[in-house]
Design a protein. Structure first.
Length: 292
C-alpha cells in the first residue's frame, strides 16, 4: 500500500501516514520513504512513543548509526542509549539540569542554525529525532530548505560560491555563546574539517548550500570576509519563506536530510518544564570519502 503524504510547507516537509514505525519495514517501504526524503528533505511521523530499540531499528533501515559526537568527555554520565543523542534538559537521574551545568551550556548551541555533525570527518546524512516529553510552549524545531535557498540566490552569488570550502568546528560554534571550557582532550578529539559551501544532493541532483553555525571561515579568504559571507548566506537561507516550524507532540518523529537542510531548536522555560527528545543519526559515508 503506497504511503500517504501530506504537504506541510510549500517548498519541503511532508507528513508520512499509514506507517507503524514499531514494525519492521519492507524494502519497498524503505525505498518509498527514501524517495520521499530525497524530494521533500523532511519527513514527519506522528504516532505512539517508541522504545529506544524501536527507534534504532527504524533508523538503521536508512544506513549506519553514527558514533557519538563525544564532545563532552569529562565527567558526563549518559541517560540514554550509547547509540542515541540526548536532546533534553535532563541529567542521568531525569532531573532538570542546573543553569550552569556543562551539558546545558553546551546544548544551548542547538539553538543556533546548524547542520548535524558538519564538524566531524564523517558528517550526518539523516537525523531522526523522537519526542518522549515536550513542553507546553516553546521548544519547537525549525528547519530551513537549503536547496530552495540556493535556487533563490542571484547568478552572481552562485558564481562566487563555486568551489569555495568552509572550515567547520564544534568549538567555534560554542565559542559564539561564550562557552569555551573544553579540555585539551576534548579539543584534540575533534579537529576542524572542511566542506564545500555548495554541494549537489545525490538523491535529487539539486544544488544546495551547506552551512552551519560550526562554519568558522572560508578556506583561503581573510577570516573577516569569510565570516561576513557565511553570516549573509545563513541570513538569506533562514528567511521565513524557506523555514518550517515543527511544534512537537509526544510520539512525533521528525526525520531530516542534513545534506540539504539546516535546523535549530527554539527556547523554552527549562527550569519549569522537562523536554526529552532522542536523536538517531545516520552517517554520510559519501561525504566522509570527499573529506578524506
Amino acid at each position: 500500500m503506497p504511503i500517504e503524504v501530506k504537504q506541510l510547507h510549500p517548498l519541503f516537509v511532508v507528513e508520512a501516514r499509514g506507517i507503524d514505525l514499531r514494525q519492521a519495514l519492507s524494502g519497498a517501504t524503505v525505498a518509498e520513504l527514501t524517495a520521499a526524503i530525497d524530494r521533500d528533505a523532511v519527513l514527519v511521523f506522528r504516532g505512539e512513543r517508541l522504545t529506544e530499540e524501536q527507534q534504532l531499528a527504524f533508523s538503521t533501515c536508512f544506513g549506519s548509526i553514527a558514533g557519538q559526537n563525544g564532545v563532552l568527555q569529562t565527567g558526563i554520565k549518559r541517560r540514554v542509549s550509547e547509540q542515541l543523542v540526548d536532546i533534553s534538559n535532563l541529567d542521568e537521574n531525569n532531573r532538570v539540569l542546573g543553569a550552569t551545568d556543562r551539558r546545558r551550556m553546551f546544548a544551548l548551541g542547538n539553538q543556533l542554525w546548524h547542520t548535524d555533525s558538519s564538524f566531524k570527518r564523517i558528517p550526518a546524512k539523516y537525523s531522526l529525532l523522537h519526542a518522549h516529553a515536550v513542553t507546553p510552549e516553546g521548544g519547537e524545531t525549525q528547519l530551513a530548505d537549503m536547496r530552495a535557498a540556493y535556487d533563490a540566490l542571484p547568478a552572481q552569488m552562485k558564481a562566487r560560491l563555486d568551489g569555495l570550502l568552509a572550515e567547520h568546528s564544534i568549538f567555534y560554534s560554542r565559542s559564539k555563546l561564550g562557552f569555551t571550557e573544553f579540555s585539551a582532550e576534548e579539543r584534540a578529539a575533534l579537529p576542524p574539517v572542511q566542506h564545500p559551501v555548495v554541494r549537489v544532493h545525490p538523491g535529487s541532483k539539486r544544488q544546495s548550500l551547506y552551512l552551519a553555525s560550526h562554519a568558522s571561515h572560508i578556506v583561503g579568504w581573510p577570516v573577516p570576509d569569510g565570516r561576513m559571507l557565511i553570516g549573509d548566506l545563513i541570513e538569506h537561507a533562514t528567511q521565513p519563506r524557506f523555514v518550517y516550524t515543527h511544534v512537537w507532540t509526544p510520539g512525533d518523529l521528525v526525520m531530516w536530510d542534513n545534506r540539504c537542510t539546516m535546523h535549530r531548536g527554539r527556547p523554552y522555560d527549562e527550569a519549569a518544564h522537562r523536554r526529552d527528545l532522542r536523536r538517531a543519526t545516520i552517517d554520510d559515508s559519501a561525504a566522509a570519502a570527499r573529506v578524506a
